[in-house]
Design a protein around this ligand. Structure first.
Ligand code: HEC
Length: 160
């Protein structure tokens, strides 16, 4: 191989290499423009990550049972104050996992238009749907609430 062809090979090799380096740099720059890196120290980013990975269910221990049973006799008036804490907690944590943000097509808390359309089934009808589960919603909404408690849960949900 002559010295000439060697140097022209090296030249084209270096220019290809240079081109690739430039291309990589461009892509890296574009990536930061299109999707700026997350600031993980920011409270907002942390909260949104936590809400995305929070468990959708909770273990129900014996300690929760008396509180849940007490709800049977509690006022089912549908006012926030009348809804037992155990049910409010279940709605906020378990049901809220889908219904707070509308995961998998779940009607969102406070989305009046969507709820109004569903409300035609009536409170009992909607509760029956929750008990049997529908679409992405597991039976009983993934909780172990009784039928009567679920009715209160749905009622409370509609006030949110
Ligand atoms: C895993 C996600 C998920 C959880 C947890 C969940 N839901 Fe749902 N829910 C859905 C989805 C999705 C729909 C819409 C189903 C459809 O219409 O296909 C829905 C629909 C409903 C409806 C409307 C039913 C109807 O008749 O149209 C009510 C009421 C409801 N959920 C209440 C609850 C309650 C109360 C809980 C907690 C005890 C709960 N959901 C937990 C996903 C969930």
């Amino acid at each position: 191989m002559s010295v000439d062809s060697d140097s022209s090979l090296i030249k084209s090799f270096v220019s290809v290499l240079g081109g690739l380096v430039l291309f990589t740099a461009c892509i890296m720059y574009l990536a930061t423009v299109v999707a700026p890196p997350n600031d993980y120290s920011s409270r907002l980013v942390q909260d949104s990550i936590l809400s995305r990975i929070e468990p959708i269910g909770k273990v129900r221990t014996a300690a929760d049972v008396p509180a849940a049973d007490a709800t049977q006799t509690a006022d089912a008036g549908g006012e926030e104050g009348g809804v037992p804490a155990a049910i409010r907690t279940a709605v906020d944590s378990v049901c809220g996992a889908c219904h707070a943000s509308g995961v998998a097509g779940a009607p969102k808390f406070g989305d009046k238009a969507t709820w109004d359309a569903r409300a035609e089934a009536g409170l009992d009808g909607m509760t029956a749907t929750v008990i049997s589960g529908k679409g992405a919603m597991p039976p009983r909404g993934g909780t172990q609430l009784s039928d009567a408690e679920l009715l209160q849960a749905v009622e409370y949900m509609l006030t949110k």
